[in-house]
Design a protein around this ligand. Structure first.
Ligand code: HEM
Length: 407
């Protein structure tokens, strides 16, 4: 058995603003570490690319972890959040086989390459419509003006959420992101996430009933078909998938766009080359996904005692898969801390791996490619405005609080 030393770390402060020195330190020490987070709680965490990838595929680990997310809340508050855990447990991302396999196979239909490619004109029109009124030389807050609302519009149109509710959905979704993405979550954050889930469920209960009377080719109709087809989806599970898709559809993609533009602004030479050779946009988006990954970690729970990297870990422990660190692993990537928009064989883990590999990856890539290329080409003089941008306090969902730029 290998000896594992306890690593004292924090997910806030400087590490939140720049996690990469901490990741480099961990890589030097080996793939697996036992973390002591702020002296408050402990967790096993895998930092290396190879081991993160194999743990995400290992059936001896479970994705059912909503209950674990409550573990750090004060014990006397936990009963208040039973509903929160119950509702999150219905999400595809927190299911295990065989339920996960069945539902995933059916949902794949809505995200098949042809279905996503069919959305291209809609994405292009939305991006064009949002960027056209912006004038060169104007100073804008790009997250608020573009990166936040753009993916919401796409996924909301796919799910039939009307435009006047987009802002409300963004606020609800934020509350869930703050709870999920912050390992040091508080009772207030849990309360806000639970309230948001209840409100979103109420919305989808009505929306699904309406759509049942008038089915189309949208995602809700697909989910209704799945539900009517057999015992795969209950009514409650149906609402849960709508919420999960809405959440996942924008909370991460907005950060792909925000992190992408921030990274490009910090690398003007590479950006100038992309502007001249727009065919580079595919590899550029893959590199941005690797370099500033919107999802920095995911987690699994051990169903049985297992050995990970030579270390016996007991049943019911959680393991964090540090996807953002795996994407900077020097064993996998040459010069991992260098942005190379033409990087070849870029097998990043930004969308994870295994059965839970992101179902929306093609849609996210499409949105990222169209949005970033448009920004770079329309505003060749774009530069940072105001003080350096700060990262939002949701370590797991890496994104900027705001991004002030002069176009
Ligand atoms: C840049 C954007 C995105 C990133 C970085 C991202 C990342 C991820 C990651 C890392 C996972 C797997 C987590 C795990 O292994 O536990 C995941 C799963 C998932 N993502 Fe995404 N995602 C993005 C965009 C989207 C979009 C646009 C949608 C849908 C419209 C979506 C829907 C989902 C769903 C439903 C799952 C669960 C899949 C399953 O459990 O089988 N994601 N995503």
């Amino acid at each position: 058995m290998s000896k594992v030393s306890v690593q004292k770390i924090t997910f806030g402060g400087e590490t939140l603003q720049d996690p990469y020195p901490m990741y480099a330190r961990m890589h030097e020490g080996g793939p697996l570490h036992l973390l002591d987070v702020d002296g408050q709680w402990g967790a096993w965490a895998i930092f290396s690319h190879a081991e993160c990838s194999s743990i995400a595929k290992d059936p001896r680990l479970s994705a059912k972890r909503a209950q674990q997310m409550l573990a750090l809340l004060p014990p006397d508050s936990q009963s208040e959040f039973r509903e929160l855990a119950r509702m999150l447990n219905l999400w595809l991302i927190f299911m295990d086989a065989p339920e996960h396999t069945r539902l995933r196979k059916l949902l794949n239909k809505g995200f098949a390459p042809a279905a996503v490619e069919g959305l291209r004109p809609q994405v292009e029109a939305i991006v064009e419509g949002m960027l056209k009124p912006l004038e060169r030389g104007a100073t804008v807050e790009l997250m608020q003006e573009f990166a936040n609302p753009m993916p919401v519009r796409i996924i909301s149109e796919m799910l039939g959420v009307p435009p006047e509710l987009h802002d409300t959905f963004v606020n609800w979704s934020r509350a869930i992101a703050v709870f999920r993405g912050n390992p040091e979550r508080t009772v207030e954050q849990a309360r806000a996430a639970q309230d948001a889930l209840i409100a979103m469920t109420d919305f989808f209960r009505t929306a699904v009933a309406e759509r049942r009377r008038n089915k189309g080719s949208d995602l809700i109709s697909l989910l209704i078909d799945i539900e009517e087809d057999g015992e795969v989806l209950t009514e409650e599970e149906l609402y849960a998938q709508c919420i999960a898709l809405l959440f996942a559809g924008h909370e991460t993609t907005r950060n792909l766009i925000g992190n992408g533009m921030y990274t490009l602004l910090k690398h003007p030479q590479e950006t100038a080359e992309l502007r001249e050779k727009p065919e580079m946009i595919r590899s550029a988006v893959e590199e941005i996904l690797r370099y500033e990954s919107p999802v920095q970690f995911t987690a699994r729970v051990l169903k049985e005692d297992i050995e990970v990297c030579g270390q016996r870990i007991p049943k019911r422990w959680s393991i964090l898969c540090m996807l953002g660190a795996a994407n900077r692993d020097p064993k996998q990537f040459k010069e991992p801390n260098r942005l190379d928009l033409k990087r070849l064989n870029n097998q990043h883990l930004a969308f994870s791996a295994g059965p839970h590999f992101c179902i929306g990856n093609q849609l996210a890539r499409l949105e990222g490619q169209i949005a970033l290329l448009n920004l770079v080409q329309r505003f060749p003089e774009m530069k940072f405005a105001g003080p350096p941008p700060e990262w939002a306090p949701t370590f797991g969902f890496r994104g900027l609080k705001s991004l002030a730029v002069t176009l």
